[in-house]
Design a binder for this molecule. Sequence first.
Ligand code: NDP
Length: 318
Amino acid sequence: MSQETEHVKCLIIGSGPAGYTAAIYASRADLKPVMYTGLLAGGQLTQTTEVENFPGYPTGIMGPEMMEDFRKQAERLGTDIRFGYVSAVDFTSLPHKVVVDDVKTITADTVIISTGASAKWLGLESEQKYSGFGVSACAVCDGFFFKGQDVAIVGAGDTAAEEATYLAKLARKVYMIVRRDEFRASKAMVHRVLNTPNIEVLYNTETKEILGDGQSVTGVKVINNATNTETDLDVTGFFVAIGHHPNTDIFKGWLHMDETGYIITRPGSTETNVEGVFCAGDAQDHIYRQAVTAAGTGCMAAIDAERYLAGKEHVVTA
Ligand code: NDP
């Protein structure tokens, strides 16, 4: 580990809604939190456009602007917010050791992990070009903008199935692009998809390109990999639902995780298997993945950290 060291009471790793909410609560509990933002300061919401479902913004707000509000609030209450990424951790003994930017070691009485998750993308140039302008990885966030329009969704797992049925309630028609001749989703979810009249499943189909007019999406070019025939779908929205990966690689070997890397917390709390290490937001949640649920667990993590520290002080002075 590196030479430069610093000790903190509460270290928050990651700066999405979970991290900032943890910061707000930890600051007010006088834990003097230090936050390292990670490379994408503000998290996934800085890559979206309008957010309409976060309570407290009656006319909606742009994702980056909302995260700026979160940051200002945490900063005003006293959080020490620093740009940097955590490159390694050592949870062998107390206090916990965390290496930042490969050069600095922080020792921390409590660590709140809020590193989030990243949506998987197809990797097409056109997908990147129209991200936020018709291309989205979150139907619950952005489906509303396509009310009465035709959209497509790629993926065949439970997320894609769930999001396709969600979209079908808003959109006129939903094309579901499935690369094999069968779904990966559970039988119940597939049943729901197949029984939704305005969803058309395109099996053996892959996305070649997202079409657009330079401003927003106007269609999708797909290819049937069994017949090699190409088709253009007239859609204004393109949803990618091929999975997420939690940003938890640096904690592998230290924390209990499920098979896809989501950190396991004790039910009803944010405690991990390591004393004094808590986890909030999408890094531990593959089900809800909403800003408001992330914020909720961020609040829980700060309260859990505060109670943990209070319990330790009580033992020392008792
Ligand atoms: P999954 O990994 O289960 O599914 C991903 C899907 O995307 C697969 O169908 C896969 O196709 C497809 N896919 C992957 N890469 C590409 C690509 N490049 N092009 C086209 N298609 C691609 O992810 P989910 O997010 O759906 O689910 C993650 C976990 O969360 C699962 O365990 C799921 O059961 C769970 N979940 C549960 C829910 C619930 O219970 N209500 C709701 C949502 C998720 P292929 O099948 O061909 O590999």
